[in-house]
Design a protein around this ligand. Sequence first.
Ligand code: A3P
Ligand code: MG
Length: 402
Amino acid sequence: MLKEVVHRSHHLWQCFPRHLHCHDWSPVNSKARSRSGRGSVSWRKPLFCMASYHRDVVLATNAVRLASRLCQTVQRGLLTQETQTKSDKSPVTVADYGSQALVNWSLAREFPPGTFSMVAEEGSEDLRTEAGAPMLERITQLVNDAIASDAALDVAPLSKEDVLEAIDWGNSEGGSNGRHWVLDPIDGTRGFVRGDQYAIALGLLDNGKVVAGVLGCPNLPMGSIANGIPANSSEPVGCLFVASLGAGTTVEPLDGSGEPKRVHVSDVEDTAIATFCESYESAHTMQDLTANIAGTLGVKAPPVRIDSQAKYGAMARGDAVIYLRFPHFGYREKIWDHAAGAIVITEAGGEVFDAAGEPLDFSRGRWLDLDTGIIATNKELKPVVLSAVQKCVKDLKIPAKH
Ligand SMILES: Nc1ncnc2c1ncn2[C@@H]1O[C@H](COP(=O)(O)O)[C@@H](OP(=O)(O)O)[C@H]1O
Ligand SMILES: [Mg+2]
């Protein structure tokens, strides 16, 4: 049935008003129907021109919002039986699979057959076993509930087979040619399970370069988290960061209740008043090393520790000046953990680079092949941060290219 849905809806991409100039229109998350009567795209005057990736940004934004609703439902009612262990021992929930199925389904139906390529984190193997059957049942229900909650999505419910198939559309190898979407359906699964920060992170590669990125951060306050996440704050929560090549980065409420606002990385040039952020999980970064780097730079404030690419979003609006990530020996970074976040930073005027000072290379397939670590900061601080990183890494005697 899913194939049928996808096939029937392929005309949507042709109906899209490509003739509308980017100066005139921008996306809005609305219940209004597209010209076909089945899409969820509507239009309003833009804040910023989104160049040639305008349509992709609209589709990505709708997909991330749809998946965010599923994730929020699951996090609210998280039950222990909704968590299982993948072979790599990281927790994976029904929401990871459900979010991936929804984003893939939502995007694939908008492109002509054979032109949709997605590099995504999850695969359906475990769900196809007898032990995975109850989980698949629950995921299918969650996916259909999310679709039914969107009045613009007038489609028949998906079957379990449809859901498995949609999850597996994420098995592309990516690479340096053509267009590839990149998805982390729940980045920061550990934060998600803990009830903390997580992100739905969707990027688009065009010939190996990230050209668009959308970060849905359902638990991130709209206000600054420079001093940490406030407990019991009345601040609205839930941010959507959107970036595309040459169009800047915006933030808006994830629930669509406000307008997008342009953001910029911090312009702090004095490291003594700079703040830095890093992973909450000490297993994901060498916090001793980052403390050393911060000390070398004269950073006084304690690190802001939060899960997921919400860090990139927070940095893009100036909540932190530096992001330091140094996985323990032997860990290989994947592209879906950084693609959307990297363009959210660079379009906000910042830089993302490795310990050799090189930008991240997303053109080599599912993995990032980089020198030690990932660092983000503003252009002014890059030289001094890089020099402190290189000194501290050398002192630590980390083997190159781990
Ligand atoms: N040992 C490790 N070192 C570094 N990163 C790791 C890791 N184990 C898992 N990760 C990655 O760290 C991501 C979370 O990032 P952060 O630490 O910034 O919250 C995880 O994303 P998932 O939750 O999507 O699996 C996973 O890809
Ligand atoms: Mg991740």
